[in-house]
Design a protein around this ligand. Structure first.
Ligand SMILES: *[C@@H]1O[C@H](CO)[C@@H](O)[C@H](O)[C@H]1NC(C)=O
Ligand SMILES: *[C@@H]1O[C@H](CO)[C@@H](O)[C@H](O)[C@H]1NC(C)=O
Ligand SMILES: *[C@@H]1O[C@H](CO)[C@@H](O)[C@H](O)[C@H]1NC(C)=O
Length: 435
């Protein structure tokens, strides 16, 4: 963008940020706000109208991707409204299936390859426009920071599959070639001759190509709901970054300095490996008391996730009752996809209703656990089960209810717990020895 005064732009941006809420999805103002799929409201809100919470069912948080039919721009999970996260499955044809250069204007993407081999990359903003690339194999994870132009390219001879979490319920997609050369009405070709330093004939040729085909790619945008309210209040979700990225510094020499997140590395020293993690193809060891293992991929594993508001986990469940016991993520909504097996899952709403929503999930099924609510997953099959989940924070945190209540350090006075749980004090003391 030659000749543009980016200094002014930066200044006004900073001014905006100091007074306004963050640009990430606002936090919900209730347990959930399941989107109403009605056409009778001609009013517009930043998001969708909520269904009466009493009419909400577990199916509002559920979607199945077993079907290979690509749903086109449908709101698959109304329960995601206001929850700030979504999931996508991307299929790539063998031999150079391409997800062409595109951006998500409202989301950072964290992608895990579940099959095949991809060449991926993203470009930073002006003036550097640095390209970060990486070859990803099955189990590898890569981060595409919010709004930066990025792509994936299948360099294997077989098809490839990836699952990705996106830090917005409605990330939007801008495919660069289509937006630039295929806008309706077309952008004046004189604009392009200057912007792209091309002959007018070349530009006009490109404009006739309009929709550059997305060779061999099918997007399963498993979401789409907008957000709501929150224009005046600061959001409780992770704040949006003030730069392309802020790769976390892994240094101990700043002991005693605390920031909301982590200190940033000099951006010039950032490399593709700062956005990369390998090993999600490996099963977690479920030989433990609860029969499950969570393998996290958050800012501690990928320093490039710092300030980007999203993370990923793989969860393995032992056969016959392996469970991820009741817990909450204080800073994140979770969107989970089962890739193997059958899980019984559920969450409980807050007081006074404490309603339980449950569902049996099979391979390809997707379920949402709203931010902060207590939830669980339970393997009801004789074989092991596997799930991947996106979480709407770089550091979602976990509170395992039983451990926090009965295993706190130091212990909560047993009289307090006896009264709270209507239990005998002896029983409480016994429970306290168990955690
Ligand atoms: C919402 O309405 C549209 C159009 O009426 C329909 O195609 C879509 O399936 C509905 N979505 C849900 C989740 O019910
Ligand atoms: C950060 O430092 C800790 C301790 O020095 C180390 O265990 C960890 O692997 C480092 N993390 C990264 C991403 O380099
Ligand atoms: C899994 O964990 C158990 C208990 O800690 C241990 O005995 C076993 O060797 C581990 N298995 C593998 C494959 O690491």
């Amino acid at each position: 963008m030659k000749g543009m005064n980016s200094f002014l732009v930066t200044l006004s941006l900073l001014a905006l940020i100091s007074t306004l809420a963050s640009a990430s999805d606002p936090s919900s103002l209730q347990d959930f706000c399941v989107a109403l799929n009605g056409t009778k409201h001609s009013r517009f809100v930043n998001g969708k109208f909520c269904k009466d919470p009493k009419l909400v069912t577990a199916d509002d948080f559920f979607f199945s991707v077993r079907s290979r039919v690509t749903p086109a721009n449908v709101d698959q999970i109304p329960g995601l409204n206001t929850l700030g996260i979504s999931l996508v499955r991307i299929d790539y044809a063998p031999n150079f299936g391409l997800n062409p250069p595109h951006t998500y204007p409202r989301a950072t993407e964290i992608l895990v390859v579940t099959k095949g081999k991809l060449y991926v990359g993203f470009m930073t903003s002006n003036p550097d426009n640095r390209l970060f690339t990486k070859v990803l194999k099955t189990g590898d994870v890569f981060v595409f920071p919010v709004s930066l132009i990025h792509f994936q390219f299948n360099i294997g001879k077989t098809n490839a599959i990836a699952l990705a979490g996106l830090s917005s319920q409605n990330p939007g997609v801008i495919i660069i070639a289509n937006a630039v050369f295929g806008s309706k009405p077309p952008i004046n070709s004189d604009v392009f001759t200057k912007a792209f330093k091309l002959d007018k004939e070349v530009v006009e040729y490109l404009q006739t190509q309009i929709l550059i085909p997305m060779k061999g790619v099918q997007h399963f945008l498993v979401v789409f709901s907008l957000l709501i309210l929150g224009f005046t209040l600061a959001s409780a979700s992770d704040p949006s970054p003030l730069q392309d990225f802020c790769v976390a510094l892994n240094s101990t020499k700043h002991a005693g300095i605390f920031v909301n997140g982590k200190l940033c590395k000099d951006p010039k020293l950032a490399t593709a490996d700062d956005f990369f993690f390998s090993g999600l193809d490996k099963p977690g060891n479920t030989s433990n008391a609860v029969g499950s293992k969570v393998t996290p991929v958050n800012v501690d594993q990928i320093p490039g996730l710092n300030t980007l508001g999203i993370s990923l986990v793989r969860i393995d469940y032992a056969p016959n009752g392996g469970q991820n016991p009741p817990h909450t993520h204080p800073r994140a909504t979770e969107i989970l996809v089962v890739t193997k097996g059958t899980l019984y899952v559920g969450f409980v709403t807050s007081n006074p209703n404490n309603r339980l929503f449950t569902k049996v999930l099979k391979t390809g099924d997707v379920f949402v656990f709203p931010v902060g609510l207590i939830h669980f997953q339970f393997n009801i099959e004789k074989t092991n089960a596997i799930a991947f989940a996106g979480l709407s924070s770089q550091n979602p945190g976990v509170i395992t209810i039983a451990n926090a209540v009965f295993g706190s350090n130091p212990a909560i006075n047993s009289e307090v717990l006896a009264k709270a749980f209507k239990l005998d004090k002896k029983m409480v003391e016994y429970l306290q020895t168990q955690f």
